[in-house]
Design a binder for this molecule. Structure first.
Ligand SMILES: C[C@@]1(CC(=O)O)c2cc3[nH]c(cc4nc(cc5[nH]c(cc(n2)[C@H]1CCC(=O)O)[C@@](C)(CC(=O)O)[C@@H]5CCC(=O)O)C(CC(=O)O)=C4CCC(=O)O)c(CCC(=O)O)c3CC(=O)O
Ligand SMILES: NC(=O)C1=CN([C@@H]2O[C@H](COP(=O)(O)OP(=O)(O)OC[C@H]3O[C@@H](n4cnc5c(N)ncnc54)[C@H](O)[C@@H]3O)[C@@H](O)[C@H]2O)C=CC1
Length: 191
């Protein structure tokens, strides 16, 4: 059983630190910023790869610190993602995060993670996060591609229509639920 609890974070209101500036850091930073383009992200690393710098150039709010990690880098953070090639550093950061009640993800090291990143399907306002409980990120990627394929682009019109109806419904909560259930009965996934 997958016991992970999924939530959807507002990364523009949180402060995220990515430790590292190489390939894996780019993967994690792009997962953050493609989902939340206004995410407040700081990266710290003595070396940033050109691909990383090129990607981050589109996000002017992102802060880069070109030096090794320092403990003070954890001050004021909400989330920390470790993506260097230094396992001991990751262990130290992970322990410090635990002591400070900071949520920490260590790329490719499930044992040191408080949370995992998921595979994300995006269609307008619809977002689906997929987790395989760490069993197979590759299978998660395949499932994402499948869902991207089968969910129609028109889902956005459906969502906007429902939002409009929802705003017009006044009064009794139970009645509201009844009307909304009725309206969505025949939508896409007919049983
Ligand atoms: C536990 C977790 C922790 C975390 O990193 O958050 C984790 C752990 C590990 N990943 C590894 C490898 C790969 N990861 C990917 C890809 C993704 N990995 C992601 C998440 C997660 N990866 C979390 C679990 C998510 C879940 O439950 O499903 C995704 C979904 C999200 C993201 O990272 O943005 C993103 C797909 C995004 C997309 O495209 O949809 C690929 C495929 C590829 O790149 O093509 C490979 C190579 C092939 C393979 O191994 O499958 C290894 C072995 C490293 C080694 O061999 O050294 C470990 C460590 C281990 O398993 O022990
Ligand atoms: N590239 C990949 O897709 C995969 C990588 N890995 C492993 O993940 C690790 C990272 O891989 P890459 O990102 O490709 O390496 P990389 O060499 O591209 O990046 C490593 C980054 O860590 C930074 N770093 C090193 N010491 C630091 C410190 N004290 N403080 C802050 N930053 C520091 C470096 O400056 C660099 O930016 C490696 O151990 C690699 O074996 C595992 C599976 C796949």
């Amino acid at each position: 059983m997958n016991e992970l609890f999924p939530i959807f974070l507002k990364l523009d209101r949180l402060n995220t630190l990515v430790v590292g500036g190489g390939n894996v850091a780019l993967e994690k930073a792009s997962a953050l910023l493609r989902n939340s383009p206004a995410a407040q992200v700081t990266l710290v690393a003595p070396m940033f790869r050109p691909d990383t710098l090129e990607f981050l150039a589109d996000y002017p709010q992102v802060v880069l610190c070109e030096r090794g990690f320092e403990l003070a880098d954890l001050d004021g953070r909400d989330l920390v993602i470790c993506a260097t090639d230094n396992r001991e550093l990751h262990e130290m950061i992970n322990e410090t995060c635990a002591a400070r009640h900071l949520l920490c993800n260590v790329a490719d090291t499930p044992d040191l993670c408080d949370f995992y990143l998921g595979s994300i399907v995006q269609k307008g306002d619809l977002k689906i996060a997929i987790s395989t409980n760490g069993k197979s990120p590759t299978l998660a990627k395949r499932i994402r591609a499948f869902l991207e394929d089968v969910i129609p682009e028109e889902i956005q019109e459906g969502l906007e229509g429902m939002e409009a109806v929802r705003k017009t419904l006044k009064g009794d909560f139970q009645e509201k639920i009844r009307v909304l259930n009725e309206l969505t009965k025949g939508v896409i996934f007919r049983k």
